[in-house]
Design a protein around this ligand. Structure first.
Ligand code: NAI
Length: 304
């Protein structure tokens, strides 16, 4: 699906310059839609070459968009020019919001926000794309927790047109409002959620994932059949195993464990031993070429 088109009149946003830290699957998606909404985007990643890869990836999407006449060359060039590399973290100094999409580890996110507090203007917002950590806990390491907010997108960002905005317990209401307005300006439906384990979407979706894994664990049927049934009968765009493969078990399993522990071992949320075992085997999903499905040229191989 083409995700490159730009609204004819890019809506004005409460922010002009947005920094992304972590230019993996999520960071590059957020960067793409931010540039399309007219923001200047600075990209930073700790891995050498990661930003160049991300910019090339996004430029490729816009180039295909031009071929399909979804945007013109001038727009594609303007978007590409608004994606800038911040080779050092300090080069994010001019950003009025930074969205982090780094590894899902509390200590890493806290350390990053502490560093950013030294670099950014006092009014700049620190947003986290965490899927399972507490926004309040991330903010607790900051001198000014009022500027920290959850801004949780879904993969792939340009296609999954919802975003959760999650204030921590000490987030300033004005920060939540501005970030919600930004989500809307980026073309996404903005759902407010309180800072609870899994927020809204990963809480609501839990039941399907954990029950599907139980069905598989009891050998009732295979992943492709469960996926097919949930698509046909449940109206889902994608079944739970396709989704686990898309997200990657390294991310999903950690999210499942985190939500389970944050709810004090609530049995409803207990992760499946199946995912831990498959994680150990390196069957992560699309990113490793095999998960619940095998992938050839990025396409899942399913028996008829
Ligand atoms: P990814 O592994 O594709 O990308 C992470 C990037 O961050 C890598 O390029 C890595 O080099 C960089 N990085 C790691 N630590 C860093 C640091 N301290 N400083 C600078 N760069 C650093 O991961 P992905 O899937 O994009 O996830 C990123 C975040 O987004 C995680 O917090 C995850 O929970 C969250 N998220 C992921 C979703 C998914 O479906 N993959 C959905 C929603 C949220």
């Amino acid at each position: 699906t083409d995700t490159s088109s730009t609204p004819a009149h890019a809506p004005s946003t409460p922010f002009r310059t947005l920094g992304i830290v972590g230019t993996g699957a999520m960071g590059r998606g957020i960067a793409q839609i931010a540039a399309q909404a007219g923001l200047t985007v600075y990209l930073h990643d700790q891995r050498e070459g990661a930003v160049a890869e991300a910019r090339e990836f996004i430029a490729g999407i816009w180039a295909r968009g031009v071929q399909k006449q979804r945007l013109n060359e001038v727009e594609a060039e303007r978007h590409s020019a608004s994606l800038k590399e911040a080779a050092k973290l300090a080069e994010l100094a001019e950003c009025d919001i930074v969205v982090e999409a780094i590894v899902e580890k509390l200590e890493a996110k806290q350390a990053l926000f502490q560093q950013l507090e030294e670099i950014l203007d006092d009014r700049a917002v620190l947003a986290t794309n965490t899927s399972s950590l507490s926004v309040t806990a991330i903010a607790s390491a900051c001198r000014n927790p009022a500027r920290v907010v959850g801004f949780h997108f879904f993969n792939p960002v340009p296609l999954m047109k919802s975003v959760e905005v999650i204030p921590g317990l000490r987030t300033a209401p004005e920060v939540t409002e501005r970030v919600a307005a930004l989500g809307k300006a980026m073309g996404h439906f903005t759902a407010r959620a309180t800072d609870t384990p899994g927020f809204l979407v990963n809480h609501a979706g839990r039941a399907y994932g954990t029950e599907a894994l139980r069905i598989l664990g009891e050998s009732v049927t295979d992943p492709a059949t469960i996926d097919r049934i949930l698509v046909d009968q449940g109206g889902f765009r994608m079944g739970p195993f396709s989704l686990l493969d898309l997200t990657g078990l390294d991310v999903s399993h950690a999210v499942m464990e985190s939500i389970y522990h944050q709810y004090y071992e609530e049995p409803r949320f207990r992760p499946s031993p199946l995912t831990r075992q498959r994680l150990t085997a390196g069957l992560l999903g699309r990113k490793s070429g095999a998960g619940f499905y095998r992938y050839v040229d990025g396409k899942p191989q399913v028996a008829d």
